[in-house]
Design a protein around this ligand. Sequence first.
Ligand SMILES: C[S@@+](CC[C@H](N)C(=O)[O-])C[C@H]1O[C@@H](n2cnc3c(N)ncnc32)[C@H](O)[C@@H]1O
Length: 256
Amino acid sequence: MTTVTTPTQIADPASAARTLLRLNTAYFQSKVLQSAVELGLFALLAERPATAETVFERLGVHARPGADFLDALVGLGLLERTDGLYSNRPDAAAFLVPGAPGYLGGSIAQHARRHYRSWASLTDVLRKEPAGGESRPHPAGGEPAKVQLDFHKDFENLDNVRRLMGHMDVFNTFVAHELDRCVDWPRHRTFLDVGGARGNVAAHLVRTHGHLRGGVFDLPAVRPCSTSTWRPWARPRTSTSRRATSSPTRCPSPTW
Ligand SMILES: C[S@@+](CC[C@H](N)C(=O)[O-])C[C@H]1O[C@@H](n2cnc3c(N)ncnc32)[C@H](O)[C@@H]1O
């Protein structure tokens, strides 16, 4: 038998319900942040504080939802509004303006484009198909969101690869510093960063540990985005095609 708990049986029902409803709509906040990055709002406000009208005109945004959008960003603590002028708050200026050393926008934009839509299919991804292949009714009613994403397609277009690399850039700085801390580098002379993206981690390692020589193994499509200090690969002995992930292909010899 199902046990039913009524709200009056818990300590602070209003607060518990509010917490759950906040959780339910948490993606509103993500989307506001992601749209601000995608539209280039933080970059615009890094030039100078601006009125709502200027923002709408420069970014090509509708005034009606735009006004609420700007105020949502004020509410999230990312913008400040003083005498009708919007400006970036310090955290936004440090992490959301392109070109800032701590820029996180590459990853935020990738989440907007890709991850957000993938997560929309979480229920379908989790649910096993019933035996016999008949589709199960959706417990909440309606049709489940079905988004088929082909990540391999990302590598067929250089702009997509660039965006993907921008996403990686956000994390690999932290990875590089952690590797400094966790690995006893004086004991090693060489390394190969497999799936090393544009080579940021590898570049950091050879810059920081002068005795190290290293290489990066990644898909050929990534090469145009390589960190400029890297020499291109010598022709690898084995394929660097994406098939390497699903077959037991040997890594190529690094070029050190
Ligand atoms: C999640 S990212 C890893 C990020 C990277 N380690 C960094 O420091 O930013 C996965 C990387 O693996 C690469 N990759 C995917 N399939 C590969 C394959 N078959 N061979 C080599 N690299 C591959 C992608 O291009 C991408 O750069």
